[in-house]
Ligand binder design. Structure first.
Ligand code: ATP
Ligand code: MG
Length: 424
């Protein structure tokens, strides 16, 4: 067990400080490549009544950006409120959660405020029974938007000057009536200048996918569209981790890790974590990561991946011969998410040539592509009418690249930056 100067405890502590393959990031220091997005949020929140909606593909880093921004903007003396939706969430249920999290646990504070002007609005819209529930420090059941706004406005003041609330995984609420109530909330909070900030997160390529396209709430919302992480940011994650344990890595390995990840930061954290453990487990004193560490790290990451991703890949390929794997590898062999079948076929032919195997005919290849869209094969791919193919869940591409890498096939080498590095 050797990385010079590192006991197991010291190594584990270091690893935990710089890598987070399974937990969202909350600090600017560790959030890579999102400076522009954080600045966008900062500028937007200068105006009272503005709220944020972060959207993008699954796994691109929405929660990390939302939580980092929430901790940045939450005034001192209180923590931001972090909530997550599920398929059974309703608008009034979430609003009740917000209120109970905003409420102070000190009943004397509640009573005092109820007696002041701030409590008057509340008294005019809430039943006596609901007012008593609030006075006992609990959230009352809500029946209307007016009640909701008045109650949030009242309890927010007890939490902090301008509480920040994150409502995550908004896409899991499917009912459009419920979603519209959230849009109404945003508008009403703005119109009534209630000093709270809400940061929503949801999987979707546009905000209109998640909220009623014609709602006037858009005036009050800043949409932050999050893309996959750029190369520099991916490399920063790797470099910071290696620097922390004082070991080096060659450029090829750095770029392979960055490329395999396809911009989904989870893979960068996971592969770097595995690389560092391989170094730590080495019998020799490790100063520089070597190719054996890298190969073993890839194998270990293939095994240790989220079961959901593994299951999709295996459903698509395992029951059948290699044909399907190689077709899938070709689909993942480009930085573009959507590609024409003809371009993928070209890639496929090159790939088969490089491994010295016979390629399927175009007809057979097309048939495989079609089958990969079917439920029998986990619907791993989808295509539009014009014949542009993509992975149903883009995050799966990283796993496909990882599996190919494990079998000695390096995908994604066509990225402009990667080409530049190889040329130099
Ligand atoms: N900008 C970043 N820099 C470094 N690591 C990041 C960054 N963004 C996210 N991560 C890491 O990537 C992983 C996924 O991030 P996160 O959970 O924020 O994504 P998400 O888009 O919310 O995913 P999901 O759609 O599954 O909810 C986490 O392990 C997180 O630590
Ligand atoms: Mg998330």
């Amino acid at each position: 067990m050797t990385i010079a100067g590192y006991t197991r405890l010291k190594f584990e502590t270091a690893l935990n400080q710089v890598l987070s393959p399974t937990t969202p990031i909350r600090s600017i220091e560790h959030l890579r490549g999102r400076d522009k997005k954080l600045e966008e949020i900062r500028r937007s929140l200068v105006q009272t009544g503005r709220h944020i909606f972060i959207h993008g593909e699954r796994g691109v880093g929405k929660t990390s950006l939302a939580q980092t921004a929430a901790f940045e903007h939450q005034p001192s003396g209180a923590e931001p409120i972090l909530l997550c939706c599920d398929p059974s969430s309703t608008f009034y249920g979430v609003a009740q959660d917000i209120i109970s999290r905003l409420l102070t646990s000190d009943p004397t504070v509640i009573k005092r405020i109820t007696n002041k002007k701030a409590g008057l609005v509340l008294q005019s819209v809430l039943s006596l029974e609901s007012q008593e529930i609030i006075e006992r420090g609990r959230a009352p059941e809500l029946r209307s938007m007016n009640e909701t706004i008045a109650t949030i406005s009242f309890v927010a003041k007890q939490h902090s000057k301008k509480p920040v609330i994150v409502i995550d995984e908004f896409e899991r609420i499917k009912d459009s009536n419920q979603r519209t109530l959230f849009a109404d909330l945003i508008k009403q909070l703005g119109d009534q200048s209630v000093p709270v900030v809400i940061i929503f997160c949801g999987v979707g390529s546009s905000l209109e996918e998640l909220l009623d396209a014609h709602h006037s709430c858009y005036r009050y919302l800043t949409a932050v569209c999050l893309d996959r992480l750029g190369y520099d940011a991916r490399l920063q994650i790797i470099d910071a981790a290696l620097e922390r344990v004082e070991i080096d890595v060659d450029d090829t390995t750095r770029y392979r890790v960055a490329t395999i990840s396809d911009g989904f930061p989870h893979y960068v954290h996971l592969l770097t974590e595995k690389l560092l453990w391989e170094a730590f487990d080495d019998n020799e004193d490790v100063k520089v990561i070597n190719v054996v560490h890298y190969k073993d790290a890839v194998a270990s990451a293939v095994n240790d991946i989220e079961p959901h991703l593994k299951a999709i890949y295996e459903k698509a390929t395992l029951k059948y011969n290699n044909d399907y794997e190689q077709v899938l590898w070709a689909v993942a062999d480009d930085h573009q998410l959507k590609r024409r079948s003809a371009d993928i076929f070209e890639c496929y032919q090159r790939l088969m040539q490089s491994v010295g195997e016979r390629a399927l005919s175009r007809e057979k290849f097309n048939a495989r592509m079609n089958t990969l869209k079917k439920p029998t094969h986990g619907e791993i791919l989808k295509a539009n009418r014009q014949g542009w193919y993509e992975f149903r869940e883009p995050i799966v591409r990283g796993y496909v690249r990882l599996r190919a890498e494990h079998r000695g096939v390096a995908l994604g080498k066509d990225h402009p930056l990667e080409v530049r590095i190889r040329a130099s």
